[in-house]
Design a protein around this ligand. Structure first.
Ligand SMILES: [Zn+2]
Length: 381
């Protein structure tokens, strides 16, 4: 029994979670059991394991969106391959805690994998983007709510975008609400009422028995912007970045400024000129729009009438922020390398330094034009 437990532990550990920046066109590689485990005679139920945790919920974020941060499962990623940044250490810790928190309470019911390691992430995306549940606070205890309201007002004023964007929080505590989980199954799955009762019993078991479910920060780790004017920022994304020693307020500001930049792009995409079309899902296009969002972020955060941060603080935060995707991205040109992204933000900062001396606030079109002029040097072409 002990041996089988160990093997099962190894199998489930394959669903190691890795935080990554990703976009809608990215394909998540199906999970393949490792060959050594496949050959084990003790794993009689291995064939019952899903190739990928697809869950029970039929829903995806709308097509027109930029999903900068989410969780992803991979067999290929280990902490050593992800690099050796403080953020890797933090995410590895919480990844292990989440998997162990699941295994310690696992009764070998494979349906639980779909619920706890699949549906829970989708349910919290639906809560934030569609159902608007618990989205008007920021921080696990609402401790950044007032700060974020100030930040939104500042961005609205700076970019002359009053009341256009809905900025929403995402919290692990939402997953403690079994009636909401039931609502999602009723409206976003094909489960029968009896099946829903069964799925809810699974949710209740883990919520009651594990101190990681749903409290683990990976359950609230989304960062995305949709063309319908919604921005979602999860507590877990900010708290894990802050745990590396960064000022949480700078982290909130930086992620918000980046996602807001995508909203500026969505608003202007019909008449802005780009070297390649934006948001068409090819690497060159994605890299360009991401680097532009980084340029706008560096510009806004350091502008004296914007974020008012000095560049050194912004640079420290963005360096961690841009390294998140390192281990997830096999194609380095996809979002831009961390160096390209930091250079884009630095060029935005230099732009802010140059224009603010003139005393007026240029419009987004002017900043877009400045970015397009700078893009070849940022990507080294
Ligand atoms: Zn982005």
């Amino acid at each position: 029994m002990k041996k089988q437990t160990l093997h099962n532990l190894l199998m489930v550990s394959l669903w190691a979670f890795a935080l990554t920046s990703c976009s809608k066109e990215e394909i998540i590689t199906p999970v393949e059991p490792a060959s050594t485990i496949e050959e084990s005679p003790t794993i009689n139920s291995r064939s019952a394991l899903p190739q990928n945790v697809v869950g029970n919920i039929h829903w995806n974020i709308s097509e027109n969106h930029v999903h900068d941060f989410s969780f992803r499962r991979s067999t290929a990623v280990t902490p050593s391959e992800c690099g050796d940044t403080p953020f890797d250490a933090v995410t590895s810790y919480y990844n292990d805690a989440l998997i162990n928190g699941f295994l310690e309470n696992w009764d070998y019911n494979f349906d639980a994998i779909d619920v706890i390691l699949g549906d829970y992430f989708t349910i919290n995306q639906i809560a934030a983007q569609i159902e608007n549940i618990n989205t008007d606070t920021f921080g696990a205890n609402g401790e950044y709510t007032n700060f974020m309201k100030q930040q939104v007002r500042s961005l609205e004023k700076f970019w002359d975008m009053p009341n256009l964007i809905s900025v929403r929080g995402q919290h692990t505590a939402t997953l403690q609400d079994l009636s909401f989980i039931r609502y999602v199954y009723e409206n976003y799955s094909s489960a029968t009422p009896q099946e829903i009762d069964y799925l809810i019993s699974i949710a209740q078991h883990y919520n009651d028995s594990s101190d990681q479910i749903p409290e683990n920060p990976f359950y609230a780790v989304d960062g995305f912007a949709t063309s319908t004017g919604v921005i979602v920022i999860g507590d877990g994304l900010v708290s894990m970045l802050a745990e590396t020693g960064l000022d949480p307020q700078v982290v909130w500001s930086g992620i918000l400024a980046h996602e807001w930049s995508h909203q500026i792009q969505f608003q202007n995409r019909a008449h802005w000129t780009y070297p390649v079309p934006p948001f068409i899902g090819i690497p060159e296009s994605t890299r360009m729009t991401e680097l532009e969002a980084d340029f706008f972020t560096g510009y806004y955060l350091t502008h004296k009438r914007g974020g008012t941060y000095n560049w050194k603080r912004v640079e420290a935060m963005l360096s961690s922020f841009y390294n998140i995707g390192d281990c997830g991205f096999q194609n380095p040109s996809h979002h831009g390398t961390p160096d390209q992204r930091l250079e884009a933000a630095r060029q935005g900062y230099l732009q802010a330094s140059a224009v603010q001396k003139k005393g007026h606030l240029p419009d987004a079109q002017t900043i877009h034009n400045a970015f397009i002029m700078t893009l070849p040097s940022i990507v080294g072409e």
